[in-house]
Every structure is written in structure tokens, then in C-alpha cells.
Design a protein around this ligand. Structure first.
Ligand code: PAF
Length: 271
């Protein structure tokens, strides 16, 4: 990968990297389109990163469809798919891990111990392998964005972080590779996450600033759904992920499926 990348760079081309775990959906493809517009060369990595899944999480059943992913990426005119194996990424004696600190601690960090260390480690390795000018991430994983931005800044990685908006279904559900786990009833109930974000954005636009009240508005639609178990509903700072702030973040379980979503309350909620 590195040899190919350095060849492109010698030829004067700019390189965009879209890191993914495959099972591509329209959200991923919007990142690829943005990368296509902004770079001479687009690389998409596909790697279901074992070290960002905790024990008992969905690593084994995480959806995988490399042939379909390759077709979609070919249609989207990417230049290369980087699909390393787990042995190449993590030889048995490779123990180095990247620990980002404070921004990785609350919310997802607390709910999924070790998750962000796994993300930060693999993103560091992908950036080292591709040496891109720009790297593309979805706003859907807002805390991941904050963690990777901090990583890039703290380690002087010099890559331009490009963040694309969340793509949503008609009822507001954020696209996620994990949505395929939902049965029809769960799928209906899952719209309550974005309903809370929409309601909180409307309250904020109407002048509401009381964090407790905003939190209650945010959690209410999920609370009204018997199939939904709320893990958190908070309003935090989008860069630090600590309170106070304007980024509404939610996580909930629907049976075995865990979903997250977020919205910056200063912006109108579209859909
Ligand atoms: O968002 C994802 O798909 C993953 O967390 C990432 C950034 C590809 C790292 O494995």
C-alpha cells in the first residue's frame, strides 16, 4: 500500500483515504464522493478491526460483503481498495496501542472500554500505510471524529480531517451498517433516536438552553418506546465530549443491537 501511495505522490497526485469496516451504505458512499471531488487518488480501506470490539460485542457477526463493497467502490471510481488481513495489521508480537486520553473517556469510551484505543491504533496504522493528504469520516460517529481529530493534532500527523454529514433514512434513522440487525419492529422503534434529536433541535431553536430540559426532550421519544433501552442522552461539547455543549448525543439498545446518533443543536435538524 505504502509503495503504491508513494508512487502516486511522486507523480504529483493528492491522496484521499476513506477508512471503513465495509458493509458499505450510502453514508460511506457520500464520503467516497467527497473524497473523489477533492483528490486525484482515492483509497478506501476495508478492515473489520478486531481490537475496537469488546468481549461480547458483535465482531463475529458484523456484516461482511467484500464482493458487493468492491462493486460499489468500482462504480464510485475509487483508485484502490486497501483490505489488509488481521495478521498483517496485528502480528502476534505487536502490542503497541494508541491512547488518546480525555476526549475518549466519557459516553462511548465508558460504554465500550478499549474501543477508542482500538480505533486510534488502527487509524494511526491506516494513515501510516496510505500517507493521505485528507482522511474522510462521517459525523454519525461524532465521538470517533473528536478522538481522531485529537489524535491527528497531538501526534502532528498532518492529515486534513474531512467530516461529512450523517445520511438518514426518510424517517430520520441514521444509516449504519448495524441497521441490518433490526427486525421490522425494532426498525420502527429505532426512529425514536432521531426523533429525540429533532425535538431537542426544535427546543433549542425556540430558545431553550436549560441542559436538563434539553436532555429530557432528547430522551423522551426513546423513553416512550418499550423496545428501546436508553444508554445515554446528553448534550456535550463537540470537541471535548464533556459538558456543557451543543452536541446532542444518544445511544440506545434495541435487543442485541446498539445504535448511536447525534446532532449539533445549533443547526436545523434535516429529516
Ligand atoms: O468508523 C469506522 O468504520 C471505524 O471505526 C474505522 C474508522 C474504519 C476504524 O476501524
Amino acid at each position: 500500500m505504502l509503495q503504491a501511495s508513494r508512487g502516486w505522490r511522486r507523480g504529483g497526485g493528492s491522496i484521499g483515504l476513506v477508512p471503513t469496516m465495509g458493509a458499505l451504505h450510502a453514508g460511506h458512499l457520500s464520503l467516497v464522493e467527497l473524497a473523489r471531488r477533492e483528490n486525484d487518488v482515492v483509497v478506501v480501506s476495508i478492515f473489520v478491526n478486531p481490537i475496537q470490539f469488546g468481549p461480547g460485542e458483535d465482531f463475529a457477526r458484523y456484516p461482511r460483503d467484500p464482493a458487493r463493497d468492491a462493486r460499489l467502490l468500482h462504480q464510485a471510481e475509487v483508485d484502490a481498495i486497501y483490505e489488509p488481513s488481521a495478521d498483517v495489521m496485528y502480528p502476534p508480537d505487536a502490542g503497541t496501542r494508541v491512547h488518546v486520553g480525555s476526549v475518549a473517556e466519557p459516553l462511548e469510551g465508558r460504554a465500550r472500554p478499549g474501543h477508542f484505543e482500538g480505533v486510534a491504533t488502527v487509524v494511526t496504522k491506516l494513515l501510516a500505510a496510505v500517507e493521505p493528504d485528507r482522511a474522510y469520516f462521517g459525523q454519525k460517529d461524532a465521538q470517533q471524529v473528536a478522538v481522531v481529530k485529537r489524535l491527528v493534532r497531538d501526534l502532528d500527523l498532518g492529515v486534513d480531517m474531512r467530516i461529512a454529514p450523517t445520511v438518514r433514512e426518510v424517517d430520520g434513522l441514521a444509516l449504519s451498517s448495524r441497521n441490518v440487525y433490526l427486525d421490522p419492529e425494532g426498525r420502527k422503534a429505532a426512529a425514536s433516536l432521531s426523533a429525540g434529536l429533532r425535538a431537542a433541535a426544535q427546543a433549542y431553536a425556540g430558545g431553550e438552553r436549560d441542559p436538563d430540559l434539553l436532555r429530557r426532550v432528547l430522551a423522551a421519544p426513546m423513553g416512550a418506546e418499550p423496545l428501546v433501552a436508553v444508554e445515554y442522552a446528553e448534550v456535550v461539547d463537540p470537541a471535548t465530549f464533556h459538558k456543557p455543549g451543543t452536541l446532542a448525543v444518544v445511544a440506545a439498545r434495541l435487543g442485541k443491537t446498539r445504535l448511536i446518533d447525534n446532532h449539533d443543536l445549533r443547526l436545523p435538524f434535516v429529516r
